[in-house]
Design a protein around this ligand. Structure first.
Ligand code: SF4
Length: 951
């Protein structure tokens, strides 16, 4: 039996730490004989999603191999619990088809022929190409493109050491819109909800089962519910999360902000808001709206102006837009007001990632927090920056002097992260080229929209000179690389991670389990790949060695950053890198370790995690340090300024630090939006998404008076697109799968492996009595895909849905993408930019060293819908707006399950229509983007200004 304690301590059934060196279990396969198995338990961190839960690797002493993974009870965020993907790590590391050695292509790019190479050859080749690019002042031609980071800071440091502006990420297909909505309020780009202590929790999308940091958050949401909190879920899909809710609000996609603003109006209208909080902590004095200026006015006048401004957001208006009943909106708004400072929420993907203007729901949701005073409170909304801890190493290179316009182009000055989904189109437009390209745990051909444009880019050696795929598994993108470089899973690598899992701060240490154990026994390794299966390596050592290969004699100033802090001039080791950090940059860790007679690194190797602080709240109320107060003055709006810059806020007679915004307050009024050409969005608001019914009507020539072409492009259907118009939700996760990496887990793919089109019975009738299993053809703006129907009442009418985790494919029958998770396909370019894919076979049993591969009983690998999606860059955030307007019809006689057709000429045209909606830089003072909005791997300030054109 297990025991759960509300004080945050652990399940009691875990092996006690004292027994981790020799943990004994009975061998279940020997039953009924009692045969003991002896294990050494080594903590590490799960690598299967961003949550960074703690794993315990059970290493069988008899075989020296990892036998299973369970939860690490000493990990403060996951507390011994895991989702299905944590224990399934065992199937990933023992997958007989995994990549074990570095490989180099031996035929034409994309030809699927590989030969084994050595790590030394890889380092020499890339070192020389990168060295030459940097020396020839072509640093922007070196690009690192990350899918799942799984570490903190080390890559930023590496790229700055090289002096390049080359960090690209997946964030603009993931979370950029949500981030901007939060950033505009308080600089932190995401919430850290204190679910466990909340009284009311509002989730937009399926956060409880598959959201960001979902296992650590899910257990705290349930903890809050067990203590009496109510749960509301806004999602058109009856997800497992919605099924746990007290209120399911199946809102029409893209209308969430209208519902949230209607809730805000209920709270404002009934005067149930926290006036003191709003007055003290928002920049209300700066507000200008509808001809009203708050400057010099009373707070009461401001409240009346807000009520006038939001008057149209009645519950009835919100019901008309969203389909959520007006009485439910009123009831939940009142419950939120009652919860007050104990109102928690989360919004990450779903509404934010699906919709044009997807940043507005986050901004509107924050308005509810501000009105209830639930910012920074126990049970409320905390800032991620307060709960994430990234300790710094012994030295750091200066910011780069360059600005790479392939990453941050002038059209999207407010994009939160790099405009990476547009890279193929940028190269097609001649904006640049890439000399050395690293895709790292990143599979854009499959996970991104418009995958055929990625193939066209990757196969073109003029556009991409040299491409290495650093990956633990085969991927559709690796097929088009020059090198495939195997990187480790959870138990095969070092990484340091922290996330905002709860109202505290912690770090987790991933470690190569077999190396650590053998080193404990006195064996020595130069590199982790010598202890891992085959020659699977880890990125930390790879980047250190590549940096030395770029600058072997130190003359370029790069090598110095990868030299030991303890042995001058010698190559940095991973033990030294992390050892220094644990000794010097983690408050309290050296003392805690010393109590056990351990060095900090030994402590982290023993426990795998360390809690830095708990109960972190109200950091905005920290007093301003005396040095900042000296010479400062208090402005009429209570902002404390020094040398013209805000350094704090006066609250109740005390100068406190506030937030990192330009005003040091929560920005109800965003001067940034006004200054950067979007004055109509200076306040939280609502505008219609690209898949709104008005846009659907306009696309088929029906009268659509409310279609607003300032904000959304008119969809132009391909000539052969037929059928009823729907909104497709293509981004819901299945809780047990994780993008590309779960493709080599037999446990996970056995659980589910198909992605039918969800369809309400009302729509099934409308489309001609469609039954579950019937073949449907789904047309997008650039092509179509064919899949089975699943008729279900678990989805609101008018919307169709398809999970994004399926549809893996491979071009070789016998190898590369794992055969348990992929279909073998025929892929043809039938005309310039016209791509046709047909499945030749689904999943079949196959022979390997693992007998389970012959027991594979499923045949369906799903259908790859993402290929048929054009890019939809939000004109403000740059986020790819995933929801698709589609036309659905019964499949034709010559259509087959899994068929995909795409015309990339059309996808380029769609890209141009969306680009035309932007309002490009320069902003004030000739800036490329606001100085205060964070930028990954931030260059020096001078690089933020657009250089004057030479005449
Ligand atoms: S939530 Fe699951 S996949 Fe993510 S880190 Fe935790 S155990 Fe791993």
């Amino acid at each position: 039996m297990t025991e759960f304690k509300r004080d945050g301590s652990h399940l009691s059934s875990y092996p006690p730490v004292e027994k981790w060196n020799d943990w004994i279990e009975l061998d279940p396969e020997a039953w009924p004989r009692r045969v003991e198995k002896h294990y050494q338990l080594v903590p590490t961190i799960c690598f299967n999603c961003e949550s960074a839960c703690g794993l315990l690797a059970y290493v069988d002493k008899a075989t020296g191999q990892v036998a299973k993974f369970e939860g690490n009870p000493k990990h403060p965020a996951s507390r011994g619990r895991l989702c299905a993907k944590g224990p399934a790590t065992i199937t990933q590391i023992h997958d007989p088809d995994r990549i074990l050695y570095p490989m180099k292509r031996s035929g034409p790019r994309g030809g699927g022929k590989w030969t084994r190479t050595s790590w030394d050859e890889v380092l020499d080749t890339f070192g020389a190409r990168i060295r030459q690019a940097i020396q020839e002042n072509r640093g922007e031609e070196v690009m690192y493109h990350v899918g799942r980071p799984g570490h903190d800071f080390i890559m930023e440091r590496t790229l700055q050491a090289w002096g390049i502006d080359g960090h690209n990420s997946h964030t603009n297909v993931c979370s950029s819109s949500a981030r901007l909505g939060y950033l505009l309020w308080h600089y932190a780009d995401r919430p850290s909800p204190d679910h466990a202590n909340a009284r009311f929790i509002l989730l937009l999308s399926a956060h409880l089962e598959s959201g960001h940091y979902f296992n650590p958050h899910a257990q705290r949401i349930i903890e809050g519910k067990m203590a009496g909190a109510k749960l509301a879920v806004m999602d058109p899909r009856l997800s497992n999360t919605a099924s746990m809710a007290d209120y399911w609000m199946p809102s029409y996609p893209g209308t969430e902000a209208a519902v949230l603003l209607a809730m805000a109006m209920v709270i404002l209208g009934e005067n149930r808001f926290d006036a003191t909080f709003v007055k003290n902590w928002t920049n209300w004095e700066e507000l200008e709206v509808d001809g009203f200026s708050a400057r010099g006015q009373s707070f009461e006048a401001l409240v009346e102006a807000l009520k006038r401004h939001y008057a149209k957001f009645t519950p009835e208006f919100a019901e008309k837009e969203s389909g959520v009943k007006a009485e439910v909106i009123v009831k939940t708004a009142r419950e939120i007001a009652t919860a007050g400072s104990r109102f928690a929420s989360h919004l990450w993907r779903g509404s934010a990632s699906g919709n044009l203007g997807g940043w507005q729901p986050a901004r509107a949701l924050m308005l509810l927090h501000v009105l209830t005073g639930s910012v920074g409170t126990p049970g409320g909304h905390n800032l991620n920056a307060w709960n994430k801890f990234v300790p710094r190493p012994f030295n750091n290179p200066p910011p780069q002097k360059r600005w790479n316009e392939l990453l941050y182009p002038q059209e999207w000055p407010l994009c939160v992260h790099e405009m990476s989904p547009l890279l193929p189109h940028f190269l097609k437009e001649g904006r640049g080229r890439i000399e050395a390209y690293f895709t790292r745990v990143f599979n854009p051909v499959w996970t991104y929209p418009d995958g055929f444009s990625w193939i066209e880019m990757l196969r073109d050696e003029e556009k991409v000179g040299l491409h290495a795929a650093l990956t633990p598994t085969w991927s559709e993108t690796a097929w088009f690389a020059d090198y495939v470089l195997p990187m480790g899973f959870s138990s095969e690598r070092h990484d340091l991670m922290s996330q905002e899992s709860y109202a505290g701060k912690w770090i987790g240490f991933r470690q190569p389990v077999l190396r650590v154990l053998q080193e404990r026994e006195g064996k020595k390794f130069d590199y982790t790949y010598q202890a891992n299966p085959g020659e699977v390596w880890e990125e930390d050592e790879f980047w250190i060695n590549l940096s030395w290969a770029i600058d072997p004699d130190g003359s370029m100033g790069i090598r110095q950053w990868f030299e030991s802090p303890y042995r001058p001039g010698q190559k940095l080791t991973v033990d030294e890198y992390y050892g220094w950090i644990f000794e010097n940059s983690v408050p309290g860790l050296p003392e805690t370790a010393a109590k056990e007679g351990l060095k900090p690194l030994e402590y982290m190797r023993k426990y795998g995690a360390y809690e830095v602080t708990t109960a972190v709240h109200r950091l905005n109320e920290k007093p301003v340090v005396p040095a900042d107060l000296s010479g400062s003055k208090v402005e009429p709006n209570n902002v404390v300024t020094k040398d013209g810059k805000a350094v704090g806020v006066m609250v109740d007679g005390q100068a406190v630090v506030g937030y990192n915004t330009p005003s040091r307050k929560l920005e109800l009024f965003s001067k940034t939006m006004a200054d950067w050409k979007w004055p109509e969005f200076a306040l939280p608001g609502y505008y219609r998404s690209h898949i709104h019914r008005s846009a659907q009507a306009a696309s088929i020539g029906k009268p659509a008076e409310e279609f607003d072409k300032r904000y959304m492009p008119l969809v132009e259907w391909p000539k052969d697109a037929k059928g009823e118009v729907y909104t497709l939700l293509p981004i819901f996760r299945l809780p047990h799968l994780i993008h590309t990496r779960s493709g080599n887990s037999k446990f996970l793919y056995e659980i589910a492996h198909k992605n039918p089109l969800w369809l309400n019975p009302v729509d099934a009738r409308k489309l001609g009595d469609i039954r579950t299993g019937d073949l449907l053809k789904v047309h997008t703006e650039i092509g179509f895909f064919v899949l089975h129907a699943w008729v279900t009442e678990g989805l609101a009418p008018g919307v169709v849905a398809c999970s994004h985790h399926m549809g893996r494919w491979r071009l070789n029958k016998e190898d590369q993408i794992e055969r348990m998770s992929s279909a073998w396909v025929d892929l043809k370019e039938v005309g310039k930019g016209q791509w046709k894919m047909r499945q030749l076979s689904g999943v079949e049993p196959y022979e390997t060293s693992d007998p389970d591969t012959q027991r594979v009983w499923w045949s369906d690998a799903g259908v790859h819908q993402n290929l048929t999606f054009p890019v939809h860059p939000d004109p403000i955030t740059g986020m790819h707006c995933w929801h698709q307007m589609v036309r659905v019809e019964r499949a034709d006689a010559d259509d087959r399950y899994g068929d995909v057709f795409v015309d990339t000429n059309l996808s380029f045209a769609v890209y141009q229509r969306w680009k035309a909606l932007t309002r490009p830089a320069p902003g004030p003072g000739g800036l490329r983007r606001p100085l205060w909005i964070p930028r990954v791997v931030r260059p020096e300030e001078a690089a933020f200004y657009i250089p004057a054109k030479k005449t």
